[in-house]
Write a protein that binds this ligand. Structure first.
Ligand SMILES: Cc1cc2nc3c(=O)[nH]c(=O)nc-3n(C[C@H](O)[C@H](O)[C@H](O)COP(=O)(O)OP(=O)(O)OC[C@H]3O[C@@H](n4cnc5c(N)ncnc54)[C@H](O)[C@@H]3O)c2cc1C
Length: 505
């Protein structure tokens, strides 16, 4: 269990043993101890989960070319270590961690390889971040079709988790906009994959959490825009039913919708919160698009209210990161939205999408134990009852989450998908030494509610999922299909992560 540090240390020892004695998948016993090259200590680094509720220790390498990448796969064979892949390290749990083994940080392979501003097609290396991407194309009138709540993830990490944005109900996941990718298999061979070429790998490696090969390039189709602004409308919703009704009435009429829920509200107010929806401006609506699409116009300012440096805001948030403080903040936030009534304004793309990046290091306000996220996805017909049950269960256990984000989704065609025709609720929980065990027990109770409602989970956010729960929601057939692809493309099981060992032992 990733949250339990004692167990993480046990896993470390087990991994090493398994690494040096494991027979390869093709039946041959791995090279004898005598021929094994040993890795030195100089590249050992302590690598955190994004939420910092757990850490691992790995030999970290940062390749810049495909040749280096190929050599690192060879090194893994010589040293009988596994390789885990890491992009920007923005997955909340252990998806980009690989204890006591090799971790490839792909963030230095970050070149834009080709850009066509006429048709919005871009080819880029996997370490290119969403931030680099939008800043590169905006002034030509384009925007990434999918962006996450932070601009720090890399394309490799986004494709491996098949991320979604606040427009998931309309634009799907990032995989829906990838035209083609190149992937290096652990053998060193590079394959080109698209809907027509190596399509089994195309549909499995997108969302395949880095277990089938290492992406080395992507060709993406971007979205044409006519202004650096979005038209944003906000309103408060008094309860969960209001939230669902608003979403169902507005999904066809807007480009983005996202809800915030006050997880402390009880009884008749259960599920109350705010909704933000936004739409692109049509051509001609913005009188000065060349100005609003300039980078200095979009960039988030360094201060709040003109004088408070954003870099210290997390410190000011810290005293409120407890049940009493967050309850107060949530109540104030809800009533500010409620009393202010419906609002309509223009907001830059960066400010609308990357609100969380406005407060650098906000996660530090959660304290030393860090945070985990739990994000279930539930079919639309079951979501109202299941989300009400989840919110009540958290309150019953005295573990209400401090930030709850509500989104609408649609299904996609990728093998290990989290997407479905329904809703998700992303919930951030503060972790302390006193509540760790209770959080794990709560997650198990919530898993039952999600499974009963035919729901799904999301590896990018996960820290607590167990093998039997993953098997129950993915189905054994899907897992067998994924394992068969692994046997084909990585027969010696070079690619592994902590998450893989935890959920698919
Ligand atoms: C504040 C915050 C907000 C977020 N908001 C959203 C959101 O709105 N929607 C959403 O969907 N997600 C969201 N996320 C989650 C985040 O987008 C995903 O975890 C994403 O995968 C992170 O990308 P990364 O580059 O940091 O990858 P990492 O976290 O480093 O790695 C993610 C996975 O990608 C694999 N990987 C990395 N590089 C490669 C490669 N070159 N080839 C193959 N596999 C690779 C890793 O092995 C790992 O399994 C959010 C995260 C944070 C911290």
């Amino acid at each position: 269990m990733n949250l339990d540090m004692t167990q993480t240390i046990d896993t470390v020892q087990d991994n090493r043993k398994a690494g040096s004695e494991r027979p390869s998948a093709n039946g041959k016993v791995a090279e004898s101890e005598a021929t094994v090259v040993r890795l030195g200590q100089e590249r050992l680094e302590r690598v955190p989960a994004w939420g910092e509720a757990s850490h691992s220790v790995s030999h970290v390498y940062r390749p810049t070319t495909t040749d280096q990448l190929r050599q690192l796969f060879a090194l893994a064979r010589q040293t009988q270590r596994t390789i885990g892949l890491r992009g920007g390290g923005n997955s909340y749990g252990d998806a980009a961690m690989n204890d006591e083994n090799i971790l490839l940080d792909m963030s230095r392979m970050n070149r834009i390889l080709a850009w066509n501003p006429e048709n919005g097609r871009i080819k880029a290396e996997p370490g290119v971040t969403l931030s680099q991407l939008w800043q590169y194309v905006l002034q030509d009138g384009w925007w990434p079709p999918i962006v996450t709540g932070t601009m720090k993830p890399t394309l490799g990490g986004c494709a491996a988790m098949n991320v979604h944005g606040k427009n998931a109900y309309q634009m799907g996941t990032i995989g829906d906009h990838i035209l083609e990718f190149e992937i290096m298999l652990p053998s060193g061979e590079i394959l080109t994959c698209s809907r027509d070429q190596n399509s089994d790998l195309f549909y499995a490696a997108i969302g395949g959490f880095g277990l089938l090969g290492c992406f080395t390039a992507f060709t993406l189709q971007l979205k044409r825009i006519y202004s650096g602004y979005l038209l944003v409308e906000t309103c408060a919703q008094p309860d969960l039913a209001g939230m669902f009704t608003y979403f169902e009435e507005h999904v066809d009429k807007s480009d983005y919708i996202v809800g915030w829920i006050d997880a402390f509200a009880k009884g008749k107010r259960l599920g109350r919160g705010d909704v933000h929806k936004a739409s692109y401006l049509p051509a001609g609506a913005d009188p000065n698009p060349s100005q609003s699409m300039r980078l200095d116009f979009q960039n988030l300012s360094d201060t709040m209210f003109g004088f408070v440096p954003r870099s210290i805001i997390w410190l000011m948030m810290r005293p409120f990161m407890n049940n009493i403080g967050t309850r107060l903040i949530n109540t104030a936030k809800y009533y500010a939205g409620h009393l202010g009534g419906e609002k309509k304004y223009w907001q830059t793309h960066a400010a609308f999408h990357f609100l969380l990046d406005y407060v650098p290091n906000w996660k530090r306000s959660y304290g030393k134990g860090g945070l985990i996220q739990y994000q279930p996805f539930i079919p639309k017909e079951n979501a109202p009852e299941a989300f009400a049950a989840i919110l009540r269960q958290c309150q019953l256990r005295g573990l209400p989450n401090y930030l709850t984000v509500f989104k609408r989704h649609k299904p996609d065609d990728f093998l290990m998908s989290h997407a479905l025709d329904g809703y998700s609720m992303a919930m951030d929980f503060r972790v302390t030494s006193r509540n760790r065990e209770r959080l794990v027990m709560l997650a198990r109770e919530l898993d039952e509610i999600v499974l009963k409602a035919n729901g799904r989970f999301y590896f990018a956010k996960d820290s607590t999922l167990r093998p039997q729960v993953a098997a129950a929601y993915l189905g054994q057939e899907t897992i067998d299909q994924f394992r068969a692809l692994r046997e084909r493309y990585d027969p010696d099981h070079i690619l592994e992560t902590n998450l893989w060992r935890r959920i698919f032992p």
